[in-house]
Design a protein around this ligand. Sequence first.
Ligand SMILES: [Zn+2]
Length: 60
Amino acid sequence: MMPSPEEIIELIEEDDMLGYCLECGFTQECVEPDARGYVCDNCGQPKVYGAEELLFMTEG
Ligand SMILES: [Zn+2]
C-alpha cells in the first residue's frame, strides 16, 4: 500500500531515518532517505523504501 503524499512529506520533514513498507504499511527506523527494497522488520518482505524514494515514486 502506498502512503499518501501527506504521509511521505511528514516522513521527510521528520528527517528521522524512517522508511515505509509498501507491503504492510510499517514505519521502519534506521532507513536512509534513498533506501530501496530494504527487508521489513514487520512482514519480512523487501518492500521498505526511504522517504525520498517514496516521494519520487508517487510523483511518477
Ligand atoms: Zn512490511
